[in-house]
Write a new protein. Sequence first.
Length: 292
Amino acid sequence: MLPPFEIHQPATPAEAVALRARHGESAALYAGGSELLLAMKEGLGAVEHLIDVKTIGGLDTLALASDGAALVIGATVTHRALERSPLLRSRFPMLADMERQVANVRVRAVGTLGGNLCFAEPHSDPPTALLVHEARVVLHGGAGPRRLALADFLVGPYESALGPDEILTHVEIPLPPPRAAAAYLKFGLRERPTVGVAALLVPDVARVAVAEARVAVGCVGPVAARLPEVERALSGLPLAALEAGWPSAETSGERLDAVGDLHGSAEYKRAMAGVFVKRALAQAARRARAAA
């Protein structure tokens, strides 16, 4: 049973910020509630005030920015809306594919991207895929709006860089470079994934070799993270070699800050990360070559 609480429905980001400042730690932001309500039922945190951000105009935005350089996703856009979006499928097909894999259709119907990122559940799909797209979040607080790279917003398990007087209003995703192809793969035996891997490859003009690579691994450690050493090693490699299976990918998880839990030991997670980095790179390379 849920404990008693008061719900507030602000009309603007400024009103939501003022409510957070007024009620402090006794307040929580509420969007889809797919994670928050479960935590409240378990008695985790004394939440006496829910600030419903769905009533704020403009937070259901899903459109290209005015300059056409990025996709703007409002904090209250659901996973289901993203999964079904023609815009996402045409411009960011890997993200649409990832969204189809989030939890189950009931969760996707109510859960929001903004809520997912703010809750910072370590076994979560979106952060990993968004990292290779170099996403950033837009936060609104008492000092006004600020933008923060997603990599800097993700601080730790259930911890983000959201200030005590801030709300997340939008996620901005720059359009990928020309010729880019990406893949997202995950594995898990429980409801939440044990490992998630995203790979984005930008081939050269001839679509023969890798000009740029971005690789991220999530669900293994405290937060999803890019693998810069792997990315550097991929530069210049033939796409055909990756499609056939790059042997060095198998060791890509060795330096991950893995945490053992119900989903597996740290050693197991590192090993599985290597397996799925190899598979994700092969899939991304295949897509890059097929588009030629």
